[in-house]
Design a protein around this ligand. Structure first.
Ligand code: NAD
Length: 286
């Protein structure tokens, strides 16, 4: 049987790296593992081992630069005649006192997490429509269904992808293009190291008052402590992604842990949003 052809974004580290390796090790997948800077392919090459250039191919693709899409898509179609699965994984965080967030940083987050993801999806929809088959998997976050203080515009970007995905799932249902959301809670990856790419925290901003800075430090530390207790690995999330793409009838949403499922239920069932506010009210008092 011809292998299923998969394109994944953001594979130089973390969830993307693991998803590429876990899938390339399956007997029936051929993975195009893409990254914005192929100078950072060392970790993936090492993790891929014997799969490299057999079932795992590393290519350049920057979701913020649509000129990088065509060479990869042309190669995939010329070599395989099809593209079965797109995994939109690339993404950036932003941890900052909201009134200090620079607008360029906010644009960088949205250009990467929302507009770049959407543009790549737009480029792939005609291929999948022609095939009358395809599966698009978008990695969002628990922060895409429930806000996290000081992760304001990151959460906003993930909420955007949740809405986009639900809409597209219905729009392209008849074309046999499936959509799934992967909603991890905290994951131990380079995400936290990369979190300052779009902006600083605002703690060095002289215009922000000391009470606000103190509250930021207290709440961020307390959230980090709670997150550390439930953090998963990139490999854990990769296994959920593999489940999503091999399920006969893929779900629209996959939480990756009991914690994630509990937060999702809370957010989706409590239509007033009051339970969500009460949870953080208690956290601030502690
Ligand atoms: P990570 O920082 O290890 O991986 C993110 C990858 O995206 C990096 O390799 C980065 O280079 C890449 N990237 C950034 N901008 C890009 C661009 N313009 N083009 C292509 N690639 C780009 O972190 P991760 O945890 O593996 O994150 C993967 C996804 O999981 C992200 O969408 C993130 O929002 C989501 N997520 C992470 C966590 C977490 O706690 N780590 C939780 C929930 C969701």
């Amino acid at each position: 049987m011809a292998p299923r052809i998969v394109l994944i974004t953001g594979c130089s580290s973390g969830i993307g790296l693991w998803a590429a390796v876990v899938m390339a090790k399956q007997p029936d997948f051929k993975v195009y593992a893409t990254m914005r800077n192929t100078g950072k392919k060392g970790d993936l090459e090492k993790a891929a081992g014997g799969c490299l250039d057999k079932t795992l191919f590393i290519r350049k693709l920057d979701v913020k630069d649509d000129k990088t899409f065509k060479p990869v898509l042309d190669e995939i179609i010329n070599s395989n005649g099809k593209l079965d699965v797109l995994i939109n994984n690339a993404g950036l965080g932003m941890l900052t006192i909201s009134e200090a967030a620079p607008v360029e940083g906010v644009r960088h987050i949205f250009d990467t997490n929302v507009i770049g993801l959407f543009q790549l999806t737009q480029a792939i929809i005609p291929i999948m429509k022609k095939q009358k088959a395809g599966h698009i998997v978008n990695v969002t976050s628990v922060g895409g269904i429930a806000g996290v203080p000081y992760n304001t515009m990151y959460c906003a970007s993930k909420f955007a992808v949740e809405g986009m995905t639900e809409s597209l799932a219905v729009e392209l249902m008849d074309d046999n293009i499936r959509f799934s959301l992967i909603e991890p809670g905290p994951v131990n990856t380079s995400f936290r190291e990369n979190i300052q790419e779009a902006s600083g925290t605002g703690l060095d901003n002289p215009d922000i008052d000391e009470d606000t800075k103190k509250k930021f430090v207290t709440l961020v530390n307390s959230i980090s402590d709670s997150f550390a207790k439930v953090a998963q690995t990139g490999e854990d999330i990769a296994k959920v992604i593999l489940k999503a793409v091999t399920d006969e009838k893929p779900c629209l949403r996959y939480q990756t842990s009991e914690y994630g499922a509990m937060r999702a239920k809370q957010a989706l069932v409590d239509s007033t949003g009051n339970n969500f506010l009460d949870m953080f009210r208690a956290e601030i008092k502690n």
